[in-house]
Design a protein around this ligand. Sequence first.
Ligand SMILES: [Zn+2]
Length: 322
Amino acid sequence: MPAITSLQPRLVAQFDQIVARAQLSQAYIFNGPSGTGKAQLAEWLAMRLFCENLQAGMPCGQCPECQRILTKNHPDVVWLTSDAKSIKVDDMRALKAEMSKSGVEGNQRVFIITDADKLTAGAANSLLKFYEEPVPGMTIILTTTTKNQLLPTILSRAQVINFPAPPRDTVAAELVESGVPARLANLAAHLTVDVTAGQALAADPNFEPRLTKVLALVSKLTNHDDTAFVAVQTTLMPLAKSLPDQQQLLAMLALAYADALNRHYEVPTTGAYGNDATIQVLAAQPARRLSDGLAAVLAAQIQLSQNVTFQSTLEALVLELL
Ligand SMILES: [Zn+2]
């Protein structure tokens, strides 16, 4: 993961100015895709506030204050991160106990809740007290990939900072630099803008076979080859056992149709599949067939999210695409 100063230079400069002018708000929502540096900026901001050895406004990362923040051992920089599916009122208890204390070593305190979209309504409501009775020097940062899933009461009282995603070709270039083959890097960069997640995708031994089989399916569909239906059971199902893998397979299929549409209209873009011959043949189909195809894949993605089994979703999709 690149340093936050190169990942989000504009936001770093913005928060440097905010701290320099002592204009830090009471509550922020850091909103953006995963891999865009939300937690890193929160950590940087904490170091910017506490560092004993600022270098032209930049925290040094070396002094005891910075070190304690980096190792998550600073008493006035409190994190709540959870691997569970939701953050419940119980999980908030320790954080709230901390919030009601005054600063251990100074007046400034920072509370960071990552993946705040996982807050249950009860947990979110228990935060409101701290929104309504501001404590001087206390800053709460919530990070989220989907700010619209936060309660309106939480959203309206905080300042929303949007984290822009890096361009796909930048992500792909970083993946290639880390040793991922170009063909896989390009596709992975269209599935995630998070370089670390992209590396994990490419490292999955089934990622490349999935790509190959999806392209084989596309080829059959283009040729109105009825064996496409059988291929669902024989070649695709064994490569997509978990829900994330199934979602990925449908995403690969959606990207194939999106790429073909772009190519059909000669939109100048690299696309997820580069110059792949299968996509070029698909792109020669009538535009209507391509846009209907893309719509059908997107509808299948919604079906899968609504707990329809993968096999019946994919079989129905293939029949429609044929
Ligand atoms: Zn420092």
